[in-house]
Design a protein around this ligand. Sequence first.
Ligand SMILES: NC(=O)CC[C@H](N)C(=O)O
Length: 271
Amino acid sequence: MHTDSTVDIGLVLPDLLGTYGDVGNATVLHKRLVWRGFAARVVPVAFGEPVPDSCDVYVIGGGEDSAQTLAVRHLRAHPGLQRAAARGAVILGVCAGLQILGESFTGADTVEHAGLGLLDLTSTPGGRRAIGEVLVQPDAVLAGAGEAPLAGLGEAAITGFENHQGRTRLGPSARPLGRVLAGTGNGDGTEGAVQGRIIATYLHGPVLPRNPHLADLLIEWVVGERPGPLELTVVGQLRDERLRACQRAASGSGQRASGASAARPQRGVSS
Ligand SMILES: NC(=O)CC[C@H](N)C(=O)O
C-alpha cells in the first residue's frame, strides 16, 4: 500500500508532448484515484523547468518530431524522470513518449537521437505514416510460450488512435503490451512495450479514458492494491463505441498490421 498521503501524478512537458489530448491521461489517473478515496494531484512539468523525481507516476504524451527532439534534450539535461524510474516510479509513455523512453529514435531529420534508456527499444521511420484506429489484444491473453501473462491487465482489448511515422523494435528486456489486430502499432504485429513498471504505447485517444482497465493497472502498481470497481456509464459507452469502430477497421480494411498478428484468430477479444 502506498504510504504517502497524496499520489503525485507527474505530467511531463504537456506544452511539448500533448497531441490528441494525451494530457487527459493524467486527468483520468487523478479522477480514478480520487473517486476511490485516494488523495491525488497532477504535477505539470513545463519545458524549461527541472523535472521532479518525487512523483509516484508519470505520464508523457505524443508530439511532432521537432517537439520530441526538444523534449528529449530537456529530459536528458534534467534527469528527474530517470531517477524516479530507478526507484520504481510508474510511467506511461505515449507515441513520442514511447520513443523518448527508449534507447534511441530517428525522426524526419534522419538524425539518431539518444533516448532516456528506460525501455529496451529503438524507433526508426517506417515507409508510410501509420494513421487510424488500432485494436490490440493484450499479451495477458496471447503471451507466447514461456512468457508470463501481464498480470492485472485481463483479457479486455485495448483501443486507440495512432498517427506516427516511427516503427519500433523491442529488445529482449522489453515485452509488447499486446498484439495488433487492426492498425500498425510497433510495425511488426506487436504494440507498445512493458518493462518493469513502465508501460508505453502508440495509442492516443487519449488511451486511458478509452481503456479504464489500463488506467487501473497503473493505479494498482502505484497504490499497491487492486482498485475496486467504478461503475461509470459514460466510460462504458465510450469504450463500446470505440471498440465497435476498431472492430470495423479490423474486419474491413487494409489497415491490418503487417506481421504475425494479422493472421491470428481474434480469440478473446472483449471489452
Ligand atoms: N504522434 C506522435 O507522438 C508522433 C511521434 C513521432 N514524432 C512519429 O511520428 O513517429
